[in-house]
Design a protein around this ligand. Structure first.
Ligand code: 5RP
Length: 224
């Protein structure tokens, strides 16, 4: 059976050229992209600098010998390749299933170009079946949780080993079970203005290219 995540990871690596500063996404799909860049660095002498979006990706990339810098050490990123949990026809999406949404969004907004790599199951008509991750500061998180409950957002704290998960940026994640997000712009705006919310997983107008994996080969979608 074709590994669709590997297929799109390899395809996206074709966009990376010598000398680039490359944003390295997080998750099981971005894994294959990073793996392929590591191979090219080792076998072909590809010269790049990676900017990672999580501690997990930093460890992976470093283990492959990819030179790394933090986002603050580079003026911009040439291209970032990352996975997504959902993407709609307008190239908006939900990210944060791997709890890395804050670093991912910071790297994305500092990138000249962003490419998402997803398998066919991630393409949706309307966002929201995937629970929307919201990264919140720890202080006041219980009150924020109750406020989300009152709004009917069906929140749940992301857990790990029986404790609230703490992100690489030392925050909590509250996942909102919205089922459907009819107006992603309005919700993003609301969350952007909610005190205690550091960032949310709605990525609106941040990518113009999506590579979707299908059993008969990857399809490249570009927004014009
Ligand atoms: C991590 C993310 C991931 O990109 C997203 O969850 C997709 O992951 P995967 O490729 O493992 O399905 O947003 O925060």
């Amino acid at each position: 059976m074709v590994n669709l995540k590997e297929q799109v990871g390899l395809k996206a690596a074709e966009f990376v050229k010598d000398g680039m500063i490359v944003g390295l996404g997080t998750g099981s799909t971005a894994y294959y992209f990073v793996q392929e860049l590591g191979r090219r660095v080792q076998e072909e002498g590809l010269s790049i600098v990676g900017v990672t979006t999580s501690n997990a990706t930093s460890e992976h990339a470093a283990s492959l010998g990819i030179p790394l810098k933090s986002i603050d050490e580079v003026p911009y990123v040439d291209v970032t390749v990352d996975g997504a949990d959902e993407v709609d026809g307008a190239f908006n999406g939900i990210k944060g299933g791997g709890a890395a949404l804050l670093m991912e969004k910071i790297v994305a907004v500092n990138s000249k170009d962003c490419i998402w790599i997803v398998d066919e199951s991630k393409v949706v008509e309307t966002l929201g079946a995937f629970k929307l991750p919201v990264e919140v500061v720890q202080y006041g998180a219980e009150n924020l949780f109750r406020a989300f409950e009152e709004k009917g957002y069906r929140p749940s704290f992301r857990m790990k080993d029986g404790e609230k998960l703490v992100t690489d940026m030392k925050n909590y994640i509250i996942d909102l079970d919205l089922r459907e997000i009819p107006d992603a712009d309005a919700l993003a705006n609301e969350l952007d203005h909610t005190v205690g919310v550091v960032e949310h997983g709605l990525f609106i107008q941040l990518v113009s290219k999506v590579i979707v994996g299908y059993p008969d080969g990857p399809r490249f979608l570009e927004k014009h």
